[in-house]
Design a protein around this ligand. Sequence first.
Ligand SMILES: Nc1nc2c(c(=O)[nH]1)N[C@H]1C(S)=C(S)[C@@H](COP(=O)(O)O)O[C@H]1N2
Ligand SMILES: [Mo]
Length: 406
Amino acid sequence: MSDGKFTRRALVAGAGTAALAVPAAGKLAGGMIDLGLPGGPSLRPTTPDFPGKRDMIVQRIRPPLLETPMDAFREGVITPNDRHFVRWNWSMPTEVRAGQHRVAVGGAVRKPVSLTLEEIAAAGEHVSIVAVNQCAGNGRGLSEPRVTGTQWGNGAMSCAKWTGVRLGDVLAKAGLADSAKRVRFAGLDVPLTDGAPQFIKSIPLDVALREDVLVAWAMNDEALPILHGFPLRIVVPGWFSTYWVKMLATIEVLTGEDESHYVAETYRWPTAPVKPGDKDFPTVPIEAMPPRSFITSHADGDTVARGRPLTLEGFAFGGDVGLAKVELVGAGEGGGWTAACQLGPDEHGPYAFRRWSVTLPHVTGDLAEIGSRATNTKGLSQPDALVWNPSGYARNVIERITLRAQ
Ligand SMILES: Nc1nc2c(c(=O)[nH]1)N[C@H]1C(S)=C(S)[C@@H](COP(=O)(O)O)O[C@H]1N2
Ligand SMILES: [Mo]
């Protein structure tokens, strides 16, 4: 297991049944954290009480929405499983039996099949990929003006090593019909209210057949914890995690557009800039992630020594491609001033977090509104100003802090 070759035996026999005891509201131990959300309540409880988790920020208990505290990202470029953020839209089954689990593959296929975990694990080569799992609404709570939805700070993202088989190999078990256009996924979770749409998501066939799109059973060399979708989840490196369906139970091949709620009506954003109050503008699904970067060595308001060199550190990711560069930028349109940062080693490939650092030779005064700006290998850079949209999706504005010289 340690080399990432999570075996079939470990998946089927070792993992057995996964169950979750959700802590009761009002009984959570822990403290409070200020997420710095403008225009709304900013304090959230933190707790180590969720099974398999260390201190997490509680956005909601049931179904769980747990945010990763930013200090977790100082520890390294892989987020440990016990600090990986959690998001369930509707509900989450609290017990899953591996032995009874089946994945039905149907729709536009030659021969519909229902696969056991053994059959999934035997469907093809075992592949491990390190990739950032980021909610499309990450950082939504920082939107100004405010928007509706979970008021996340920037901790609805994490980076892990995912191991499984290629989705293409699983689809090959059923054989694609010539009419195949998209591939849709459903998990074991069901809506909490009658008539509400099930959380199902689909991706275009060319994406589904990418070499790096996985049906994964392991996360950082451990069986997927139930909170993260035991026993199987979809992993689409470079795309927002709304497509990374957990507790995968059904794969349905579609012959045309997906008219279901979570593709046709939500998780979409405007094709051109909009203002609060605008209506009936064209939208497209949120898919590939844009680049982002963060300073981890300092927080807003920290003091630094005047007349001395200053080293700043942080991490970045390129989105759906690798990083080209990270710069530190000063205040003002276009940056005012910029300093090239040194990128840490490319240890885990294009979809992973990567460290950066920069040393300013001589602090002469306050460093007002400084931020890091990542540019990916497609030439896409983080914007100076928030690209506001009504659901607060895909935030990637330069995140700024001010340091006081003393
Ligand atoms: N079955 C199922 N899969 C799901 C969801 C869900 O509600 N149900 N939510 C999606 C969304 S919106 C996000 S952000 C990610 C969160 O993954 P994580 O909890 O492993 O961090 O799961 C995705 N997969
Ligand atoms: Mo999400």
